[in-house]
Design a protein around this ligand. Structure first.
Ligand SMILES: [Zn+2]
Ligand SMILES: [Zn+2]
Length: 643
């Protein structure tokens, strides 16, 4: 009922709009779209607004577009987490926070509490907690922070697309002008903004160019890992003082960036928990309802949708890939973000970084709301993803993409690889879940002959998809290494695919079960090569390398294949050219010979012919299955690849 009311007022509003405020002021003809033609051409799309949103946070000077939340926030000093002495029901607790603390979700038109929730910001005279003051000082001097922010918007933000650069930069400049006034941190919005700036710095240091890294290390006198950790720790401290529901959208954004930072550190479990915190904060301020109110303007709503799009997509993939329970249970469908906001400054034909995010979200929606995959719907699910891939816009096309902007807009080639990878990995996710449920994987010895046709076809399909995914993974590695090596896909996708392919080889007792066998061996070699390169560089590299090495040693291989794998892996230590790798990537029967002449010699020396190399350990060796998965523990399991 509540929802219907909101939606209808939104529709009414949509029909009755006149020109936007900017156009009215300048007496221009407005096309009444958001953002409108004039605001876009004047490059102020984020200022385009059709109603006068109320402004309550002028004192801080924070741009309301970044800070506005339907829930007005009580002062820090009166919120629960700042001081333990709240238990004695001190009278500084506002009625709004009291209602909130009882567990009621904010609802503006709530018949019981709506009017109480509309409270004003409360001044407090209590001293600011020392940890807050300390942590806020962790922001580096302006030139370095400026550099880190620029790097974030140039190289990191488009991974998820939750922040809007022009409006954020305006808030950021304002933040510096008030920085000396520690009392401004009493405002939860200012506190959340300080936290968000620290999160941006922490994320940015994960993706610096080698040159920028060494410059920063030299100037600030610490390693880049320590700097990143210091920003993160300071942000954690501040975050712990922001009680749920306070700090508005900024608080939800900073929690999201805490999750992405952990992901960059390859800590998937912590990352998932922070994702949960970000979702809860977003729900606490009503983002999931997408309700329009007179306190939000069109821009606010758009930025909230962008965060929701990222949260939703990520949540659905964690559910689909790692069997985690969904965090978002909401049935309400929040509209997808509007790329029109970003096209202001650039060539109007260049796709906004948000286009790829909406495409991923569409795919995630299908995964999240469709039926569970089973044998009867598997092929239609794979076909759905296939169609999604085939209908990607020309710049992201799977065949002959339009690459004319690749050099000037690095988000385009990156997101193209990201979309292709997500597509293949999603198809694989469906196919492998059926394959690993087959009897085939329940014991250790299998004979390739005698498999039923359904199993044979499914194995073929899994191998085909996995080889495609490996090919994209290799391109992704080449594109991202070294600056973007911490992006989780770079290490995870080749590893996950190679583990699956190794599992197939291990279960292939007589060497007849796996189609395209030489390509499979080569793909595993590439994954080993990638993890070898990442080893010592990222934590993911260390772990994926040790697991893959163990798997490789257990696969049933012909001597020639074993020699080839060794060679491929060691080639990673020297400088293999992209060219030669790409060349040998081409599916061809003589891939062995084209890659590696020396393995032919090895082959002629050994007279074993087609005899398998003996496995040193059985697959069901308990030590093997109890191998330390380290950082992958909790998200990755052996069942996933059929052990
Ligand atoms: Zn207008
Ligand atoms: Zn406008």
């Amino acid at each position: 009922m509540e929802l219907e009311k909101r939606n209808s007022s939104k529709r009414c509003r949509g029909r009755t709009v006149t020109a936007c405020l900017e156009c009215r002021k300048m007496k221009k003809k407005c096309d009444r779209q958001w953002p409108c033609n004039h605001c876009k051409s004047r490059k102020v799309a984020h200022m385009c607004q059709f109603s006068q949103a109320t402004r309550k946070h002028q004192r801080l000077g924070l741009n309301e577009t970044q800070t506005r939340a339907p829930k007005e926030t009580p002062s820090i000093a009166s919120s629960t987490s700042v001081s333990e002495s709240q238990d004695d029901a001190s009278n500084s607790t506002s009625s709004a926070s009291a209602v909130h603390m009882l567990g009621y979700m904010f609802a503006k038109n709530d018949t019981l509490f709506g009017s109480i929730m509309e409270t004003q910001y409360v001044e407090s005279t209590e001293p600011l907690p020392e940890p807050i003051v300390q942590a806020s000082r962790a922001v580096s001097p302006r030139p370095y922070t400026d550099m880190l922010l620029k790097n974030f918007f140039d190289n990191v933000n488009y991974h998820y697309g939750i922040l809007h650069q022009p409006s954020f930069m305006a808030v950021y400049v304002e933040w510096w002008s008030q920085r000396r006034d520690a009392q401004s941190l009493r405002n939860p919005l200012a506190l959340a903004l300080t936290c968000l700036i620290l999160r941006i710095c922490a994320n940015s240091t994960q993706f610096l160019s080698p040159q920028a890294s060494s410059q920063l290390e030299l100037d600030l006198g610490d390693s880049i890992q320590n700097l990143s950790k210091a920003y993160h720790d300071a942000a954690q401290t501040i975050s712990s003082f922001l009680s749920p529901g306070t700090g508005g959208l900024l608080n939800a954004q900073q929690l999201f960036l805490a999750a992405t930072w952990h992901k960059g550190q390859a800590d998937f479990v912590r990352s998932w928990h922070e994702l949960g915190a970000a979702v809860r904060q977003a729900q606490e301020i009503g983002i999931h309802t997408d309700a329009f109110s007179d306190e939000l303007n069109e821009f606010d709503l758009e930025i909230r949708r962008r965060l929701w799009c990222a949260l939703y997509t990520w949540d659905r993939y964690m559910t689909g890939s790692f069997n985690r329970p969904p965090i978002i249970q909401s049935e309400i469908s929040v509209p997808l973000p509007n790329p029109g906001l970003d096209q202001a400054g650039a060539d109007p034909d260049v796709p906004s970084y948000i286009v790829a995010k909406t495409l991923e979200c569409q795919l995630a929606k299908e995964l999240g709301e469709g039926d569970r995959v089973d044998r009867s719907n598997l092929q239609s699910k794979i076909a759905f993803v296939e169609n999604w891939m085939l209908s990607l816009p020309s710049v992201f096309n799977i065949i002959n993409p339009d690459k004319r902007w690749d050099d000037d807009y690095p988000h385009i080639p990156f997101q193209r690889l990201q979309l292709h990878c997500v597509g293949y990995m999603t198809q694989l996710m469906f196919a492998r879940s059926i394959l690993t449920s087959f009897q085939l994987f329940s014991t250790t010895t299998h004979v390739g002959t005698g498999l039923d046709s359904e199993t044979t076809l499914l194995i073929q399909q899994v191998v085909d998809l996995s080889l495609k995914a490996m090919s994209v993974s290799k391109d992704t590695f080449d594109f991202c290494f070294p600056q973007k090596a911490k992006y989780y896909m770079v290490a995870f996708c080749p590893f996950d695919n190679a583990a699956l392919l190794c599992s197939l080889l291990i279960h292939d007792a007589d060497g007849t079960m796996i189609p395209r066998r030489s390509e499979v061996i080569y793909a595993i070699g590439q994954a080993l090569h990638i993890s070898q390169r990442l080893r010592g560089f990222t934590k993911m590299g260390d772990f994926t390398w040790s697991i893959l090495s163990a798997l490789k040693n257990r696969a049933n291989l012909f001597p020639l294949e074993k020699a080839l794998l060794e060679e491929l892996e060691s080639v990673g230590k020297t400088d293999i050219t992209t060219e030669s790798l790409n060349h040998s990537l081409e599916p061809s029967d003589d891939v062995f010979h084209s890659i590696n002449e020396s393995s032919n010699q090895l082959h002629s020396e050994s007279d074993e012919g087609l005899q398998f190399v003996e496995n040193t350990l059985a697959v069901d060796d308990p030590d093997f299955l109890e191998m330390d998965l380290g950082i992958l523990d909790g998200v990755w399991n052996w069942e996933r690849v059929g052990f």
